[in-house]
Design a protein around this ligand. Structure first.
Ligand SMILES: *Cc1c(COP(=O)(O)O)cnc(C)c1O
Length: 391
């Protein structure tokens, strides 16, 4: 071989005896075929075979298989963000004239998708009270083609009765999809409770280090898989194997990160509920949380994300305390090693008052820093609220 060819085609080296504990990062746009016949028959390899880089490499497939194992799913597909995963589900399942039911507590960009792109194309949505439970049956008409669930709601922590919602939807053959980002499959496995589709924002606990975006959709049903997978291929949506390798690395420590964060978060929430009106501490593992019993029935553990209700007239004082925080960062994409606080004026976005009638919450994501440093940032905020709303 001449030099220029060697530059493009490196000599083969042995892999024998090389057993790394890390998943290799396999990058590919093109997949090379051994002969012309194999290329001609490439589609016979099916969706799980390798035909084109967009549809997966062994690295992306390893991540998909790991998530399927955790969710108890037959199939998992990856998208470039959690929001892309939700959009994929909506775009694959809904046609003009159809309706999707969305809980009031859903991740706000879901409403943007429904009010904008979908509405412009004649796809309707109706917002329902996340605490609706079995009464969802009254919302199910022939136009409803998807019931969306997010539990707990990631700002105000309403725990939804997934079993009751699934029971009602099943009776009419309507699929139920759920955003499970708060709990992760370590603490809740929605497919075991009858959900048809589960979405995770891998950006959060899976990645775990605030340095990547990714989402997953997992299902058991072959027909649903075909619809989702073909929509994904048609839209040309895939993920980078390098990002998958970061998620695979993050996953190795997810259980200990989640355990640490949830222990500290529950300790903080308990201390807060002892100082201020317990109703204002929105953490489903607290016995004072309005849906605590249902949470305990369904969930194996809590996450490290919870909120406190802040009286609206304390908004500017709250901003001052947030600005003074030394250890917490201010930001939205939670589930990383850095603790975050973010004030959310949810009042204007909601039709139902749910767990936070006042409309202003401070959402906290607990990371890996020393709890004493974190508590020092929180104490002035708790003092401020406890002065007017003591325990
Ligand atoms: C962050 C988040 C998403 C979106 O994930 P991205 O990867 O940031 O797009 C969806 N749902 C919930 C509950 C989230 O917290």
């Amino acid at each position: 071989m001449k030099d220029k060819t060697v530059c493009v085609c490196p000599p083969e080296v042995s892999h024998e005896g090389f057993a790394s504990l890390a998943t290799p990062t396999y990058r590919a746009s093109t997949i090379a075929f051994p002969n012309a016949q194999a290329f001609a028959k490439r589609m016979e390899r099916g969706p799980s075979g390798y035909v084109y880089g967009l549809h997966g490499t062994p690295t992306t497939r390893t991540l998909e298989a790991s998530i399927s194992a955790l969710e108890g799913a037959k199939y998992t597909m990856l998208q470039p963000s959690g929001q892309a995963s939700i959009s994929l589900v909506f775009l694959a399942l809904l046609k003009p004239g159809d309706t999707v039911l969305v809980p009031d507590c859903a991740y706000p960009p879901v409403s943007t998708l429904c009010n904008g792109y979908l509405a412009e194309r004649g796809i309707h949505h109706r917002v329902y009270d996340p605490l609706i439970g079995a009464d969802i049956a009254a919302e199910l008409d022939d136009s409803v083609k998807l019931v969306w669930v997010e539990s707990p709601g990631s700002a105000t922590m309403e725990v939804q009765d997934l079993r009751a919602i699934v029971r009602a939807a099943r009776e009419r053959g309507i699929p139920v999809g759920i955003d499970n980002t708060w709990a992760s499959p370590l603490h809740f496995k929605p497919l075991n409770y009858g959900a048809d589709i589960v979405v995770e924002a891998l950006t959060k606990y899976f990645g775990g280090h605030s340095d990547l975006l990714m989402g997953s959709v997992s299902v058991n049903d072959d027909g649903l898989y075909d619809r989702l997978k073909s929509t994904l291929s048609m839209l040309g949506i895939g993920v980078s194997p390098d990002d998958c390798s970061l998620v695979l690395r993050g996953m190795e420590t997810m259980a200990v990160r989640l355990k640490h964060g949830s222990d500290v978060a529950l300790d903080f929430a308990t201390r807060m509920a002892n100082r201020m009106d317990a109703k204002m501490v929105l953490h489903p593992a607290l016995p004072s949380h309005p849906q605590h019993d249902m949470w305990k029935r369904d969930f194996a553990g809590a996450s490290a994300l919870f909120s406190i209700v802040v009286p609206a007239d304390m908004a500017s004082e709250l901003d001052g305390h947030i600005d003074n925080a030394k250890t917490f960062s201010i930001g939205a994409s939670w589930g990383g090693t850095h603790s975050l606080m973010v004030p959310m004026a949810i009042g204007a976005m909601r039709q139902f008052t749910g767990n936070a009638p006042g409309g202003l919450v401070l959402r906290l994501s607990i990371g890996m820093e020393d709890p004493d440093d974190l508590w020092a940032d929180l104490e002035p905020i708790i003092d401020m609220i406890a002065r007017v709303h003591p325990a």
